[in-house]
Each structure stands twice: as C-alpha cells, then as structure tokens.
Design a protein around this ligand. Sequence first.
Ligand code: MET
Length: 402
Amino acid sequence: MNKSKRFETSVIHAGYDSKQHLGSLSTPIFQTSTFTFDSAEQGERRFAGEEEGYIYSRLGNPTVRALEEKIAELEGGEMGLAFSSGMAAVSAVLVALTKADDHILCSQGLYGCTFGLLSMMKEKYNITSDFSLMETEEELRNRIQPNTACIYIETPINPTMRLLDLEMISRIAKEYNIPVVVDNTFSTPYLQRPLELGCDIVIHSATKYIGGHGDVIAGLVVAKEEFLSEVAMTTQKDIGGVMSPFDAWLLLRGLKTLPVRMDRHSFNAERIFKEMEKHSGIKRVYYPGDTNHPDYSIKEKQMKQGGGLISFEIEGSKENAQELLNLLSFIQIAVSLGDAESLIQHPATMTHAVVPEEERLKMGITDQMIRLSVGLEAWEDIWSDLEQALSKLPAVKEKINN
Ligand code: MET
C-alpha cells in the first residue's frame, strides 16, 4: 500500500485522478467494447505491444483499470486484475499456475465451487489436490510433494471459520519455491493483507464485501506484475472472463465505504456472537473474534477485526436447521455474503452442496451448520429475529426446558 496514505484515504483516492477526466469526481464508465486507432499503423503498433493504449475491452478498459490499480494498492501488491466472477479469478490463477499431473495443496476446507473446479482439473488434466490442516510446520512440510505447484488456501475458511497462519505457511512455501494463493474474500484488505505476510497471490470474490451491496458478480486478483501480466495476456485474455466497465464502477463505488462497512459488520457480528454463545439452543458458534476460538492467536496476529461472518450449529437435525431459516422474518435466506442485508444459508445443502458428504464432514461442515453474514442493520434487530426463530424450534424448546 502507498505508505504515505492511510487505508481509509487510499480506498477513496487510489488509482484515480479527476484532473485526467474533465474533473469528474466519480470515475467515468467507459462503456465501450473497442477503441479506435488513428491509423492502421497505430493498430499494428498497439497489437505488437510497441505503443501504449487501449485496443478492445477484453484486453483492458480504463474503468476496469482504475479498479485494478486501486485493489493492488489496497492489498499492497504490484498489480491487480479484474474478472467477471470470483470463480473466473480462481480458475485463471490455477490454470496459470499448473500443468497436467501437478499437485495443489489446499486448506482443509474450500468454497464448494473451488472444490468443484479442482475436481474438474483432476478429471481432465490429472492435477491432484488434497487438504492439509496447515497447523504445524512439520505437517505442512510433509504434505508438500515434488509436483506441488501451489498452495491454495482460504482464511477464514468458508464456512467453518478456521484460520490459517499466513506468515508460517508463506515462510515454509518459500523454502520449496511454491507460490501461496490466498482467497481473502471474507476479510478484505481492510482486515487482512496476505501479501504483506509473505503470500504471493490474493484472490477476491469482489461480489461480497468489496462490492458490498449485493448487486454485482465479480472477481479480483493481486500479485506481482511478472505473474499477473502473464495471466492478463494468457488465461484472462484467451479464456476471457473479464469484468464489465459498469461492474468495475459499482465496485469502485462500493469500495469507498469499505472500512466504514467492515467496522460495522464486525461490531454487529461481535455482539451477535456473544448473544449466541449464551443461548442454550445453539450448540456451537464459530467466530474468529471469539477469544476461545482455536485459532484466536492467528486472528490476533493477522486480522484487524473478527469480520462479519458467523457460523453456528443448532440442536437437532438438518431439517431443524432448515426450519430455523424458514422462521426468520427479515434476515434473508440467500447464499453470498458481505451485503448490507443480513443473509443466512445452509452450507451442506447450498454453498457446499457439491462437496461429497464424506469430504464435507472432513471439512467440518455438518448438517446442523448454518452460516450467517451479519448485515448492517441494527444488531439488536438481527439478534431478535434469530432469537424469535430459535424459540419456535421444537428441538430448541426441548433443550431449553430440560
Ligand atoms: C453459488 S453458492 C455461493 C456463493 C458464495 N461464494 C458464498 O459462499 O456464499
């Protein structure tokens, strides 16, 4: 990050100079598919890379570029690249890092579609992947294979909220010259900056906190220029999952309030976590801000706050978990996260439904687990909605009465 400015300032000003755009305070939306050349020779020079300038929006667009520059600065990286979805970003990075018969070492828990992508890579190209707790240096060293092409992790892990020690993992990976890729969606650069801890590549589903308003599907990657300029010219350009200028504009707009929103998401989540902990109908709560969380020391080391996501398990069965969702009044039943609205979902049948049961249980995702993305509403209202729904569940009533 530009050390001369604090995060709250960079998130508003980085990557944009209004003087270059007729004084427009807001970044203009360059809603164009192509860019005209002054002459045939100029077109030739641009395609040959001999002259700077835009060619075609799949190869680069000024609105998208402004977002890429901003996210790079916020993550403390050299370069940013924008994609049409979080999965377009994940797939472009993993395709760029691997070749047939390679191996990917992953965190013990991954978002369902990332797991799906890895299954496809195994089937098509024999690129194997397996899961590691990455709790100790020894275990991590033992899990690295001669053909390990990268380490791919989430922290916090979706939806179990386990945390991984990014400094330790990147230190060990460096010994083996293996790049570490971190999905930083849950934390955003405001709460956690993996590149500053030695990791190599950061990925975001920008659909979530970066956008923050539930109105865009997008992905972002930040890494060294040497790697990302190669991705831009290969997997991004030729597979083509690029971001639209309007979506980039929505994200630039959302980003300006990221610190304010994250402070409030964390504040609300901390309070709701404390209420959940006291409620006898809730079996377990998983929140990084919990001082009894098994990875709390990692949270203290690398996260500014606990964030806005809480997972919890209730008494009873899968059906009871579904019933709880159905009993809520304003908390919305939906996948995705990081929006102004509180969203609740059942990972076993929704975000992680594609993960076979055996693997899902190994990740720690039980049928009773529910994930709550705490919104920006008054926390008291969010909690009272949850409390009234819990009080109506027969399995919970029984527990409370005993
Ligand atoms: C299509 S399912 C989910 C979207 C998102 N990655 C989530 O975890 O909620």
